[in-house]
Design a protein around this ligand. Structure first.
Ligand code: SF4
Ligand code: SF3
Length: 539
């Protein structure tokens, strides 16, 4: 196997025996084959549309969901990926051939699981021999995985965009062709632009459906009733669970990336949504055991469950773990969460987690923050706020992530951290105080709510009559999986320069591609707290 799509890739270069995430050779192989077939689907559907035929919307939607299924820590169940492979073949074969010289991805048909496993050895990441071509192709594919994920969440709420779907098709089809470096770089930047559109689409979907988030203090204490813990990013799943459980005598807690849900007006009307339990994804083992009740995974990140709680885990949507009960969507798209609710009713209440108890502030999305724009601009003019530091992105399990806690603590008291994503758990429980009523940790929400940070930055730039790069604004971004790759590409496509990225640069960025990123965007790896502080927060 070979996989280097996430920040924790072995030795910083690639997982070759077993993933640090626990993905094994079989799973890696079926994911590679699924992506291979997606290229075939893209080639055929694109050709049909170029001939002026209607094309298949089902095929395009499938591409987004299949990309999402292969994102880090989403689906560890090879049986589910094999099902997607069978579906991919059926979707592709329902499309007319692209012409006389179709690539193998558009024609190869597996007759058995053994043939799929054999094919996996030919079609993985290393099938692209040239290191720079591989680097640019994979960067595009990882950015598209991020698009696929965010698009999925928007689409389940009824928000779709033909241009996003068309780009996924074009991008996948492009990886079957020999393109020039310039053409590949252009596609990567286009991926960032489409990423901005996708993030905006999801923002519209979430806020139109559940209201604009309001700044909210979330409890981290526990009550004496049993509960369900909901983790991941999918707000629709939470909405349905809240409605179905409202008279069940249980309480609902959020975990990880679900914390910002507390800020949406539609969820505030459920008094049994009581608080947040735990922190970011990699603490599942310590946090799920004492929760005592069932845990619902609506998306990533799932990590290998312990025997002590695997029996009360449930997955839904694109998430999967072998042996864990999966709640599917019914024909009308709704889900029946009654099995989880019943299990919760006979569970013990959660035990308090050591070190918890401090309220967490979230919901600082663009509307809520822009209502404070006058106060913020005034605070900047008076020198009470000297700099904003974007510290959004992902958390991760490696000890060097402590850097982000130390960096947050070392920031001058006149700085404001703008954050989104699970990276915030490195510093959102610190007592960093407020500046004139503005929290020093402005948590816009989930990783997709980096979009809010862009809107806020643009509004500040407009207020001061300067460009984003001229604001007292620095970027110290933490990445782990491919949604963060998309967010990075989105920022680059907006012309944001001087981004510091850590805790390691991506293993999939070849030295030559890194040179392009450094020369054009001034991208730099993070170093030490002191060195980065001097560069990002000049005195
Ligand atoms: Fe390794 Fe990350 Fe790929 Fe898992 S997702 S196999 S940890 S590079
Ligand atoms: Fe976190 Fe997995 Fe990326 Fe949505 S939950 S930010 S890592």
């Amino acid at each position: 196997m070979f996989c280097y799509q996430c920040e924790e890739t072995a030795r910083g270069t690639g997982c070759t025996v077993r993933g640090v995430c626990s993905k094994d050779e079989v799973l890696c192989g079926v994911m590679d084959v699924l992506l291979y077939l997606c290229r075939g689907i893209a080639v055929r559907d694109l050709a049909a549309r170029e001939r002026g035929e209607a094309g298949s919307n089902e095929a395009r939607r499938f591409l987004a969901d299949a990309l999402f299924a292969t994102l880090t820590n989403v689906n560890f169940d090879p049986a589910r990926i094999r099902e997607l492979i069978r579906k991919a073949v059926a979707i592709r074969d329902a499309l007319p051939p692209a012409g006389p010289n179709e690539p193998d991805a558009a024609t190869w048909t597996p007759a058995s699981d053994a043939e799929i496993d054999a094919k996996a050895k030919e079609v993985g990441v290393l099938a692209t021999e040239n290191e720079d071509v591989r680097s640019l192709r994979e960067m595009l594919i990882y950015g598209m995985k991020g698009i696929g994920a965010y698009y999925h969440h928007a689409a389940v709420l009824g928000y779709t965009d033909d241009a996003v779907e068309a780009f996924l098709e074009k991008g996948l089809a492009s990886t079957t062709k020999d393109l020039s470096v310039d053409e590949m770089v252009a596609l990567v930047l286009e991926c960032g632009r489409v990423g901005v559109a996708t993030l905006a689409l999801l923002d519209t979907a979430n806020t139109a459906t559940y209201g604009d988030p309001v700044i909210t203090s979330v409890k981290t204490t526990v009550g004496d009733r049993p509960g369900i813990l909901v983790t991941g990013h999918d707000l629709k799943d939470l909405a349905e669970l809240l409605e179905q459980s409202k008279d069940a005598g249980i309480e609902i807690y959020t975990h990880g990336e679900m914390l910002p849900a507390h800020a949406y007006p539609a969820f505030k009307k459920y008094p049994h949504l009581v608080g947040n339990y735990g922190t970011s994804w990699h603490h599942q083992k310590e946090e799920f055991e004492p929760f005592n009740g069932p845990v619902l995974f609506t998306t990533n990140c799932i990590i290998p469950p312990k025997e002590s709680y695997i029996g009360r885990l449930y997955t839904t949507g694109p998430v999967g773990w072998p042996g864990v009960i999966h709640i599917p969507a019914g024909p009308d798209g709704t889900k029946d969460f009654s099995p989880i609710i019943r299990v919760a009713q006979s569970s013990l209440p959660p035990s308090p987690l050591p070190g918890s108890g401090r309220d967490l502030v979230t919901g600082c999305a663009h509307k809520a923050v822009l209502e404070l724009a006058g106060t913020i601009v005034e605070a900047v003019k008076k020198g009470d706020i000297t700099r904003f530091v974007v510290m959004a992105g992902c958390d991760g399990r490696q000890p060097e992530r402590e850097y982000y806690t130390e960096f947050a603590k070392a920031l001058p008291a006149s700085t404001v951290i703008l954050t989104a994503g699970c990276a915030k758990y490195r510093y959102n429980a610190l007592d960093l105080g407020t500046i004139g009523g503005i929290p020093r940790v402005v948590d816009a929400g989930q990783c997709n709510d980096c979009y809010s940070l862009v809107v806020i930055a643009q509004a500040l730039a407009d207020a001061f009559g300067v460009g984003i790069n001229d604001l007292p604004l620095s970027f110290n971004i933490a990445w782990y999986e491919q949604k963060a790759v998309l967010v990075l590409l989105a920022l680059l496509s907006l012309g944001v320069k001087k981004i510091t990225l850590g805790p390691k640069l991506p293993g999939f960025v070849s030295p030559n591609v890194l040179k392009v990123l450094v020369e054009n965007f001034d991208l730099a790896p993070n170093t030490t707290v002191d060195e980065d502080m001097a560069r990002l927060v000049p005195a």
